[in-house]
Ligand binder design. Sequence first.
Ligand code: PHE
Length: 346
Amino acid sequence: MTLAELDVQHARSVGEVAAAADAAALEQVRVRYLGRNGLIPAVVKQMKDVPQEERPAFGKRAQAWRAALEAALAERQAAFAAAAPKDAPVFDHTLPGRWFAAGSKHPVSRVIEETAAIFARLGFSVADGPDIETRFNNFTALNTPAHHPSMDASDTFWLTDDLLLRTQTSPVQIRMMTRHAPPVRIITPGRTYRRDTTDATHSANFHQIEGLYVDTAPVSLADLKSTLAYFAKEMMGSEAGVRFRPHFFPFTEPSVEVDFSCHMCKGSGCRVCKMSGWIEIAGAGMVDPRVYEHVNRARGDEAYDPAKVYGYAFGFGVERVAMIKYGIPDIRWLYENDMRFLEQLA
Ligand code: PHE
């Protein structure tokens, strides 16, 4: 490099310092000229090739270049530092937050928990039973004759001749009474199974909640009705009412079907209640004496003497109540685990 070329490079480097748009660009200029492989160290290294007589002048000019460039760099660095905001925000609170999935309770769990809370206020506790039941608990002790259609293999999932997936939560009544003398006041939420083809209102696996009240002090159909009326109001709103229609169940006598007044139209008739103003919710009745007789035989005593105990039972589908309460038109939505559906109850 000649002296003239050196002057050109000097001028160019200082120009680049002036033109650097920010601290990062400035650093690139510094590295290009002063870095380990930069131009100025290369020029210094090349000094030995400069003719002897020019060497002092060349050395001085190179020194001056380095000093001038360092000064220009320092000045511009200081300018950038001064221009930077003093309290740069560490946290930009205008940015969208990070999304965290918050769990929500499934409608079926909600109805079960609410039901347990409502009946707890009436002195009922929660009892449990297994999904796999015996023929005795699910049918025989519940006074269901061997020829009853519900026992058919087309309705019930039989596992062996004696074992089945329970078709109802009513067998927990039998389990409870065989283990505990009266009084008994329980509700029993749980899974139930039937050989139903799945559609908008049917599922082979669903949930029921059974209720059982047995005492040695008189209790009547009127108590059953007022208990379910209270439940309807607590679950569906203060305007909800109940009505009983005569029905038949093998294990209750008399038996009724229980309707809630339609909470959508308040009884005036709509699509949900099929214009009737009422929605069928539960089966219920006074415990049949034959059930007590089976229980006594299983217990080996007379704790449930049909002449001395009084009791009622009821049972309803949890999914059905959830669908009505939350306006869910298709039971399958409860089992598809579609987050867009489940999140709505968060
Ligand atoms: N277990 C009956 C059913 O599944 C409902 C029921 C329960 C009826 C208790 C009467 C008493 O249909």
